[in-house]
Design a protein around this ligand. Sequence first.
Ligand code: SF4
Length: 378
Amino acid sequence: MCGIYIHIPFCKRKCIYCDFYSVCGDDKLYGDFVSALNRSIKMRKDKRIKVDTVYFGGGTPTVLKSSQLALILNTVKNCFDVSPDAEITVEANPCTVTRESLNELFIGGFNRISFGIQSASDDELSALSRLHNYEQAKEAVLNAESAGFTNISADIMIGILNQTRQSLADSIEKITSLPVSHISAYMLKVEENTPLDKMIKRDSNILKSIADDDEMSDRYLLMCRLLEEKGFLQYEISNFAKPSFESRHNLRYWRCEEYLGFGPHAHSYFDGKRYFENCNVSQFIKSDGKSEIAYTDTDVDKAEEYIVLSLRLAEGLDTDRLASLDKEGRYRNITSNAMEINGLADERLINISQNGKHLSLTERGFLVSNTVISRLLN
Ligand code: SF4
């Protein structure tokens, strides 16, 4: 089974903290893009490829018309063997959907929707320069439910400017009382050269309104606890779901399973190779779907990659799978090293299953995952 990722690189307006590749466009640009994207998918048509997850991400896919998104999905279904029970997700911003557009998306074949809500505080949303307020977010989720979506995800952000523990708890309370079955929670990071980064360089006082590392950790642990109380189980460092509502598509990335990406900068992992479409929107449109492919992983150690990605998951790392990727046997003793040499189990940063075949990070381990993983790799 394979996943398909469709990258829609458009946003209504750039948020001050965002460093993803996306641009603001108009109807003409969107129309040209959809034509090029359809062509690009058709050029890689292969009905032998079985697909069980399709994910439209961005950017903000819902800046396109629902009919355009449904058309692209239809092209995917015509070009690949998409299973009838495939998980088909579209990312959306609350201010880019209406009751009608959500109905059209559901009828058009999408069965999962992921809203970038971030916070239930309008002050925090405006500090992030988001275009929606909480009332719009709530309405969007309720409209999605009325349209027929039963698998709805919401993003929550930790460490927003002027956020407090109480306001984070309020956001979690309000957002989890909506009909959502999945939460993705991200910490605000000041990425270089974003408008937020430039604002801070001009006025370092702004930093005082953003949680420092210790406070961020406390809020993360608070959030894990509150989400668990609401029935959302942590299955990945940043992702929580009601039972059986884990994102099947995103699990594919962390389990090092195959996916094909379409659109500018979209990444693929297929046939043992990682590559991406090396172009911006106008190059993509000009190439009419024949954009340049760049390979990214010629030197990547597959075993190391598996360790890094699988340890993001609560299910953790399977030593049999690791052995099959670790041709030189470099990590043959990873579980005993973790216990005896690195003492990670003693520090309550990792769990090792009784039969020694699975290794996973604890909640505390998730907080310092980079350090734990580099100790395991060394
Ligand atoms: S809507 Fe999302 S992708 Fe677009 S600018 Fe904001 S954070 Fe970035």
